[in-house]
Ligand binder design. Structure first.
Ligand code: PLP
Ligand code: COI
Length: 339
């Protein structure tokens, strides 16, 4: 694809010039290394390949009107990667090195940062994998950290337009005492059954319910869920969802806009009472939900009568992206200019 067509970028992989790597051997992390190869050479018995010792992150760099590149709340991603690593017994990647690595990856590929005004951003994908060879089920003694970047548009092809969601009851992405709160590959493998089912039926993403009772809303594929009613921003509290940095930020913005914020178990039954609903995440940004369909009962809930995003979701979207692209004052100190 032409790299001038920034406004129509898909959410996919486009090769950039450099990626950054770092190796953990004999109990220590080494120096950051720059590579222009987009393949990895790893042992066939590496634990990431057999036993899912793998964690990743998703974050973005944004181009401001001033031509400066900004990172959004990178410390939160660094901490979450540490929690993911510890959760599946991998060597955590030091947070100062994490910052240096992502900064290097972005700046070495700066001509891939989409221009201001296109709505696109440079997606940053840090990855931590067990590379030590094991055959028994145990943590590796060698690890590799890699970070690559790729320019992306919004995750849902609809962009900031209502998406259609289907409730998934035939599979679970995460168990109550499992790894749903960590950003580890196994959760995404488990989510593929639900995703493929609902995509085939014409929906953008599944809505996962709590695995135990199928009574509460967990999340929307690779994004958190929110509902709006009575001047209140409501988002599920659950041990099996990924604590979204976007959602955490939106809760702060909502409060600042004068909304009440509730983070609590949200019953599926409550869906009908929302005035607006949406999904949020780094990749999804803010995706307004136009419809939630229950494939089992055939019941459909529609949000908004005119097929447009609701007013509260629109304000949240504008505030969040305004801060990220440097168009609105960053009063919470979320952005860091790196070059
Ligand atoms: N939930 C899941 C399962 C995700 O993969 C993501 C993406 O990272 C999110 C929610 C949103 O989290 P964040 O806003 O930190 O990107
Ligand atoms: C993100 O929002 O960064 C994600 O990681 C979503 C994704 C798995 C595509």
């Amino acid at each position: 694809m032409e790299l001038t067509d920034w406004k129509n970028l898909p959410f996919g992989y486009i090769k950039t010039d450099y990626n950054i790597r770092c190796y953990y051997r004999h109990g220590n992390w080494g120096e950051l290394e720059i590579s222009s190869d987009d393949h990895l050479n790893i042992h066939m018995a590496a634990t990431c390949l057999h036993y899912g010792q793998q964690a990743f992150e998703g974050m973005k760099a944004f181009m401001g009107k001033d031509g400066k590149i900004r990172l959004f709340r990178w410390q939160e991603n660094a901490r979450r990667m540490t929690r993911s690593a510890e959760g599946i017994f991998m060597a955590p990647f030091p947070e100062d090195l994490f910052k240096k690595a992502i900064e290097k990856a972005v700046l070495l590929n700066r001509h891939f940062v989409p221009p201001h005004g296109t709505g696109a951003a440079l997606y940053i994908r840090p990855l931590l994998i067990g590379t030590g060879a094991e055959v028994g089920v145990k943590p590796a003694n060698e690890y590799m950290f890699v970070v690559f970047v790729t320019p992306v548009g919004p995750y849902f092809k609809e962009g900031f337009n209502p998406v259609r969601i289907a409730i998934e009851k035939d599979s679970d992405r995460a168990a109550p005492l499992g790894t749903g709160h960590l950003k580890v590959g196994g959760n995404y493998a488990a989510s593929l059954r639900g995703i493929m089912k609902v995509v085939k039926a014409g929906y953008s993403s599944p809505m996962y319910l709590d695995a135990k009772e199928k009574r509460y809303i967990d999340e929307i594929g690779a994004a958190n869920f929110f509902g709006i009613k009575n001047n209140t921003y409501i988002t599920p509290r659950s041990d099996s969802i990924l604590p979204s940095i976007t959602n955490k930020s939106v809760m702060t913005l909502a409060e600042d806009m004068g909304l009440r914020v509730e983070c609590r178990p949200v019953e599926v039954e409550e869906l009908e009472s929302f005035e607006e609903a949406g999904a949020c995440g780094t990749a999804a940004i803010i995706a307004p939900i136009g419809e939630v369909h229950d494939l089992e009962t055939g019941k459909t809930i529609i949000y908004g009568k005119d097929g447009k995003p609701g007013p509260v979701s629109t304000s949240i979207y504008k505030k969040l992206t305004g801060i990220q692209f440097g168009d609105i004052e960053d009063k919470f100190g979320w952005m860091e200019i790196i070059g």
